[in-house]
Design a protein around this ligand. Structure first.
Ligand code: ADP
Length: 379
């Protein structure tokens, strides 16, 4: 149809890895073939020599017929295994070429400075974070993504970071989580520059759901815990708290249900909304003192997003929660709102207070977006 046979043929040829012109045949002529041939040759020569030795010994009367059968059996097994071993070495050598790329990637050193201070695991969760005159631009970029940002967080409270797209909200979170270090200024945790803390330790303080979170084609529970061995009761609770409880009950194998079909024919495909709930459950499972939602709900409509944020607010308990959104309605319940504009914090305060400043950015954005904020009942 539509003269597509040439395209189809080309596609078939590329994908027939075991065909005579496929990639396996190509590889066999190369290293794998060589090692395979070497394996067979070693095996054939060894077998020949050993048979000759046994026959000569038997002929000379060194042992009887029963022993010959026993020796032949043992020798056949030995040569077969030697051949398999040599063949395996060949495959190993050929595959190391591919592994090399993976290891080169894993071996990239972390050039970030890191100190040795440990973040105390405080049961009272009394952490204080401060951005002190922080400026940052992405590597290779000439424009500042953040400029002279001064923000203090009060622990256990809800901070909202709002602003238009591109105003620097995500960058702010990336710096807070130390995915990058600022070029100017410093970020302090309990009065100490975050660079002085042990990196892993510091990362342990944050559970973040980014906009572009990824779920893996792995069992549901492993996705939530980020590990193969995990606390099942905790994973179930996290999923239930994230609003995934009913769907979990309907999953064919509960927490062991494979997500997606890449590695399991009976894997379950989840919808965008369900995936978000799993991502949120993942953050809850981590049980970190800071929990950050960076618009993981961007694909939802404003009212649905506001509902998820409000519900999340109940779940977050005594944690410090940071909500990011370009939709002001989602965050109006927060104790404190920081308004970002062109990489700067232009306003801070509670919703009512910010809205009262008619000339401010917040009021301007609020009125521009107000049409989306009327719940269906009010329309
Ligand atoms: P927001 O989260 O408010 O939408 P971002 O923090 O993602 O905004 O972006 C702030 C600014 O930084 C934007 O001008 C954006 O183009 C720029 N930026 C974001 N990510 C990168 C990057 N990886 N490399 C270069 N510039 C970036």
């Amino acid at each position: 149809m539509y003269d597509q046979q040439n395209i189809a043929r080309c596609y078939m040829e590329q994908n027939m890895i075991f065909g005579s012109t496929g990639s396996m045949a190509h590889a066999c002529r190369g290293p794998i073939g060589l090692w395979s041939a070497a394996g067979s040759a070693v095996s054939a020569i060894l077998t020949g020599l050993i048979y000759l030795f046994v026959c000569v010994k038997a002929w000379a009367g060194a042992f009887g017929i029963g022993s010959i059968t026993q020796y032949v059996g043992a020798l056949t097994a030995l040569t077969k295994n030697i051949s398999t071993l040599v063949h395996a070495v060949g495959i190993l050598r050929a595959n190391t070429l591919y592994l090399k790329i993976a290891y080169q990637f894993l071996d990239i050193p972390n050039r970030m400075y890191q100190g040795s201070l440990t973040t105390e695991k405080r049961s009272d969760r009394q952490y204080k974070v401060e951005f002190r005159d922080v400026s940052f631009r992405y590597p290779g970029s000439s424009t500042w993504a953040l400029r002279h940002v001064n923000v203090k967080f009060r622990v256990g409270r809800r901070l909202a970071v709002v602003g238009e797209n591109g105003s620097g909200k995500t960058t702010f979170i990336k710096l807070l989580c130390r995915l990058y270090d600022p070029q100017e200024g410093s970020i302090l945790l309990n009065g100490i520059d975050i660079r002085k803390y042990n990196y892993r330790d510091y990362m342990g303080l944050f559970a973040v759901v980014f906009q572009d979170f990824q779920l893996l084609a792995q069992p549901l529970g492993a996705n939530v815990a980020g590990a193969q061995d995990y606390d099942r009761a905790r994973a179930e609770k996290a999923l239930t708290d994230a609003g995934f409880g009913e769907r979990l009950a309907a999953m064919p194998a509960g927490l062991d249900t494979m997500l997606y079909k890449e590695f399991a024919g009976d894997g379950v495909d989840v919808s965008g909304g369900e995936a978000q709930k799993i991502a949120i459950a993942r953050a809850l499972y981590k049980d970190a003192p800071f929990i950050i939602l960076d618009e993981p709900t961007a694909a939802l409509d404003p009212i649905a997003e506001a509902e998820i944020y409000a519900k999340f607010n109940d779940i977050a308990g005594d944690k410090t929660a940071v909500y990011i959104s370009h939709r002001l309605s989602s965050c109006k319940f927060c104790d404190e709102i920081a308004v970002f504009d062109h990489g700067q914090v232009v306003q801070r305060g509670a919703h009512e207070q910010l809205l009262a400043d008619e000339a401010g950015k917040y009021a301007q954005l609020w009125h521009a977006q107000a049409q989306y904020y009327t719940a269906p009942a009010e329309k």
